[in-house]
Ligand binder design. Structure first.
Ligand code: TXA
Ligand code: MG
Length: 331
């Protein structure tokens, strides 16, 4: 795989113009991109990522003026969300226009629209005559890629080019939101929080599947799948119980805040002491932890307030819903 600098976007353009894939940085995580209007190019994303054929892709646009070329804005709530949170780490599910090939959205009549604010992503989109369809740059079930060193080994031989944009600023994927009966509903929490949306629209619901396993027909197919997972067994544990849990294993790895630095274990990773840092670090640390041949990875649970909800939504899936909670907990 060839690494491109931000000055070499014309090479990425040429590759995308030819219907091939390019991995590119955004402020959330890296994306595995193709020309969103070329259904054969889009097919290559599903193959390279080993992605389920019923899990739709997000379409990335260069600016807000482009939205109505590809989607319909049906009400004032949608318009308000666009005005407030785009460009940025926010994906809005809108009624799809027929110009978007059906394999992008897996035959849904809606399409996820996002306008990245990252300058490299923006500059790339700016020189293209089409939007980019892109999921997170990871093979299905693995943690999302947030830097080129984690991504290159995973996609070596499958994708020709990656654009180096350094570490992803946020580190977790965008907030996915859909307006249902005039009420915004968070299908996947992210950096734009429920509280942020409430402050603009007055109300915001959160899908019941954000913190539990989704079964059957769900609004966001992505919530059904195993995701964000190292191969080592992972358990989410409340901070007070980590020391006791660790004592049950020969080679426990601990990932958590600096309060856990002195707990006896095989290896400790400090994921940071505030939610912004935890979001930034977590996927990278999960990959590092997985290389150590530990017996188990014990991950400190955060709260579920603000950005905490996005972190816990990912971690509960990382841990296949294994969560050891202290009693009488009400966060
Ligand atoms: O930050 C991000 O969102 C990154 C960067 C690259 O933009 N992309 C990303 O894509 O995380 P992906 O494919 O890994 O996750 C997209 C999520 C999935 O859970 C998918 O099911 C949901 O968005 N989604 C996409 N289109 C949808 C639609 N039309 N209706 C409901 N959910 C949709
Ligand atoms: Mg993903």
């Amino acid at each position: 795989m060839k690494v491109l600098t931000k000055e070499e976007l014309f090479i990425a353009k040429k590759e995308l113009d030819q219907g091939n894939l390019v991995i590119f940085p955004t402020e959330t995580v890296y994306g595995l991109g193709a020309n969103a209007l070329n259904s054969e190019a889009v097919d290559k994303i599903f193959k390279a990522k080993n992605r389920a054929s019923n899990n739709p892709l997000i379409v990335h646009l260069k600016n807000k003026d482009e939205i109505t070329k590809y989607a319909v804005i049906n009400n004032l709530v949608e318009q308000k969300l666009i005005d407030s949170f785009m460009p940025g780490p926010f994906t809005l599910i809108l009624e799809k226009k027929s110009i978007i090939p059906s394999n992008v959205t897996c035959n849904l009549d809606t399409v996820g629209i996002r306008i990245p604010i990252d300058p490299v992503a923006h500059n790339l989109l700016d020189i293209l005559d089409y939007p980019i369809a892109a999921p997170s740059a990871n093979v299905s079930t693995r943690p999302s890629g947030t830097n080129i060193y984690d991504i290159i080994p995973e996609f070596e031989g499958r994708v020709n080019y990656i654009i180096d944009g350094g570490d992803s600023r946020i580190g977790l994927e965008s907030t996915v939101c859909k307006v249902i009966n005039n009420v915004p509903v968070i299908l996947r929490p992210g950096f734009i929080t429920k509280e942020d949306i409430e402050s603009v629209v007055g109300i915001c619901n959160v899908s019941e599947f954000v913190m539990k396993e989704a079964i059957g027909k769900v609004e966001s197919p992505g919530m059904m799948y195993k995701h964000y997972s190292p191969t080592t067994k992972c358990i989410l544990v409340d901070k007070e119980l980590i020391s006791n849990e660790a004592s049950k294993y020969q080679k426990p790895i601990i990932i958590g805040s600096s309060d856990l630095a002195n707990v006896s274990c095989y290896h400790y990773f400090n994921y940071g002491d505030d939610l912004v840092n935890v979001a930034h670090n977590i996927f990278k640390i999960l990959r590092e932890a997985d290389k150590l041949n530990g017996e188990v990875i014990l991950i400190e649970a955060t709260n579920t307030i603000g950005l905490g909800l996005a972190i816990m939504n990912r971690l509960i899936r990382t841990c296949s819903y294994n969560y050891i909670k202290r009693e009488n907990e009400n966060n």
